[in-house]
Design a protein around this ligand. Structure first.
Ligand SMILES: [Zn+2]
Ligand SMILES: [Zn+2]
Length: 185
């Protein structure tokens, strides 16, 4: 029982932590992930799975770090569950980058994955093509909250820029008026 619970927690909580503490912040404020994971000039299979480029490896390690922390915390409850959770997470990384190798999900697996909300290679390929969609490494239910959070932060930024621009205009007008009121020397 502990084995299954720990294994699932490593995958589910690990994905939440990786998505909201690394992936989404990278899309909003970072450069590393966008540069290495959304570079359409390179093969995704190559850069996500077999590349030894330090920047690519760093992106991978930072993305995997939250899963490792969760596995470490849950290790005392079930070392086997924590290990299998990490191994399955790694296998999913390889699998979700196989679209370029010609992987096509069979219909039955597509249906099962949709019920379990598991990210398919085709879904993850959608994230490579359009960085604004298909968040969540392993589970699709993180996509909607991730997009909502990104949209919220972007609209807040727009609102702040608008307020700053109005303030700037107001200050310029005020300075101009004060200039006009100065008696001519
Ligand atoms: Zn990818
Ligand atoms: Zn991304």
């Amino acid at each position: 029982m502990a084995f299954v619970a720990v294994m699932l927690l490593v995958l589910i909580v690990g994905d939440a932590a990786s998505t909201f503490l690394y992936h989404v912040p990278q899309h909003l404020w970072g450069k590393l992930h966008l540069r290495v994971h959304h570079d359409r000039s390179r093969s995704y299979w190559d850069h996500a799975v077999i590349s030894s480029d330090p920047a690519v490896l760093l992106d991978g390690v930072l993305g995997a770090f939250p899963y490792i922390v969760i596995a470490f915390v849950l290790w005392p409850a079930s070392p086997a569950g924590a290990s299998v959770g990490l191994v399955l997470g790694q296998i999913h990384v390889w699998w979700r980058h196989t679209t370029e190798l010609g992987w096509i999900t069979p219909r039955w697996l597509f249906r099962v994955a949709r019920v379990l909300q598991i990210v398919l290679p085709e879904d993850h390929d959608g994230h490579h093509r359009n960085p604004d969609v298909e968040f969540g490494d392993i589970f699709r239910f993180y996509d909607a909250p991730a997009r909502a959070f990104i949209a919220h932060v972007r609209s807040e930024n727009r609102r702040r820029r608008l307020v700053m621009r109005r303030l700037e205009r107001f200050r310029t007008l005020k300075a101009l008026r004060q200039g006009q009121q100065q008696p001519a020397q």
